[in-house]
Design a protein around this ligand. Structure first.
Ligand SMILES: Cc1ncc(COP(=O)(O)O)c(C=O)c1O
Length: 408
């Protein structure tokens, strides 16, 4: 097996390390997995954490198992908070990124006429939520234009923040539909300077690159476990800043876990991020999220990022040499997601044909990113999302299979 990227001189991992990490993921025995932007493969330790707790629930009862796992659950919070540079009291566990995003959004006291500033590349469900807020509460959505090289125009963002004084700025760090990485740190500095609330969707970035929510200056950071973090499906988390707590922001529909005190007429929101949580959890999945966070930090986020991006860059180079294939990723900074359109081929059929050959990728249609795909003049794309555990052999297998399918 080839553990190198482009000859290996800048590869932060040795071939032995890659072989070791691969051996710790049973799913890699049978598949070429290039779908970490959809759902990655869990390392065995993550699977063990999830299955172990489900087994304990079956053996002694769900509530009793949660009590027995109090310490390991606390470790899951500590390690997941550590993954993004947060204090443990500022991390809420959720069911997925959208749940995190919605609960955060619901805490912003929008009034008619308020401005929400965002980008043209924000995730589709987030855009739908903005549209719903506009329709129901009369807020104005300002989509800041992109720079010519791709990604939000930072100068234009600064002007919107200065002139329109948005109630909230919301940016998706890595869109679902492209290799673009938005400069969420620069936008965070602007929001701090102008005292504007800032929500970052980190669904595709967490586990793919180092994240420091303090340096980012965000008030909310929403994430999911199953993608580049390599956690289980059905779990996610939300970071909230001190400012959110100090301002007394709380979700529109709090749950009793989020209350420190209740009488028949009042309640007191929890003094920490618990106010964004609900009472019922799949604790097995929370433990899986903790195990995935620990594993990613052990491997090292800096080098995970370097290798995943190098593999993606190599994939883009390979695809750009193929006839009637258009690589769609634009931006000052590109990450590990590769998107491409194949003239005369529906992306969903390509995914199906690849999957039949044991190669996992995913496809997107226009509805996943209306603004971006319309601008690029395509109906959707094939999405190839390597991670650090992939190898050049995986890229060879994908390229070979694509050529075979396209020729047929
Ligand atoms: C950028 C981005 N944000 C949010 C989501 C939604 O995540 P979830 O399905 O965990 O709610 C996705 C899912 O693909 C995504 O790519």
């Amino acid at each position: 097996m080839n553990g190198t990227v482009s000859g290996g001189s800048h590869d932060p991992f040795s071939a032995d390390e890659i072989a070791q990490y691969r051996s710790e993921t049973s799913g890699l025995e049978n598949r070429v997995h290039l779908n970490s932007a959809g759902a990655s493969l869990m390392p065995n330790v993550v699977l063990d954490a999830v299955v172990g707790h489900i087994q304990l629930e079956a053996d002694i009862g769900g509530y009793e198992a949660a009590d027995a796992a109090t310490e390991t659950i606390q470790e899951a919070y500590v390690d997941t908070a550590g993954l993004v540079g947060a204090q443990v009291g500022r991390l809420a566990m959720t069911e997925h990124a959208t749940a995190s995003f919605v609960t955060a959004l619901s805490s912003v006291p929008f009034q008619s006429g308020d401005v929400l500033a965002t980008t043209r590349q924000d995730y589709v469900s987030n855009q739908i939520q903005y549209l719903s807020l506009a329709e129901r509460f009369g807020i104005e959505i300002v989509r800041v234009p992109d720079a010519p090289e791709g990604g939000v125009d930072l100068g234009a963002m600064e002007q919107v923040i200065q002139r329109r004084r948005p109630k909230l700025v919301a940016v998706t760090q890595i869109p679902t539909n492209s290799g673009l990485v938005q400069d969420v740190y620069a936008v965070g500095a602007m929001c701090r300077d102008h005292n504007v609330l800032y929500l970052v969707d980190g669904c595709q970035s967490v586990g793919q690159m180092p994240i420091d929510v303090e340096a980012m200056g965000c008030d909310f950071f929403s994430a999911t476990s199953r993608k580049y973090l390599r956690g289980p499906r059905g779990a996610g988390f939300l970071y909230v800043s001190d400012r959110v707590i100090d301002l007394g922001l709380q979700p529109l529909f709090p749950d009793m876990r989020g209350a420190d005190w209740v009488d028949s007429d009042h309640y007191q929101p929890a003094a920490d991020a618990r106010r964004f949580e609900t009472w019922e959890y799949a604790w097995a999945l929370v433990l899986g999220t903790g195990a995935a966070s620990r594993y990613a930090q052990k491997v090292g986020l800096g080098r995970i990022h370097a290798r995943a991006c190098a593999l993606a860059a190599q994939m883009r180079r390979r695809l750009s040499t193929l006839d009637r294939v258009k690589v769609l990723d634009h931006g000052r900074e590109l990450g590990a997601i590769v998107t491409a359109s194949f003239e005369g081929h529906d992306p969903a059929s390509l995914v199906y044909e690849l999957r039949r050959r044991g190669i996992n990728t995913s496809s997107q249609t226009r509805i996943d990113a209306v603004i971006d795909y319309d601008e690029k003049g395509v109906d959707g794309s094939l999405r190839i999302s390597p991670h650090y555990f992939n190898t050049e052999d995986d890229l060879d297998a994908l390229e070979g299979a694509l050529m075979e399918i396209v020729r047929a």
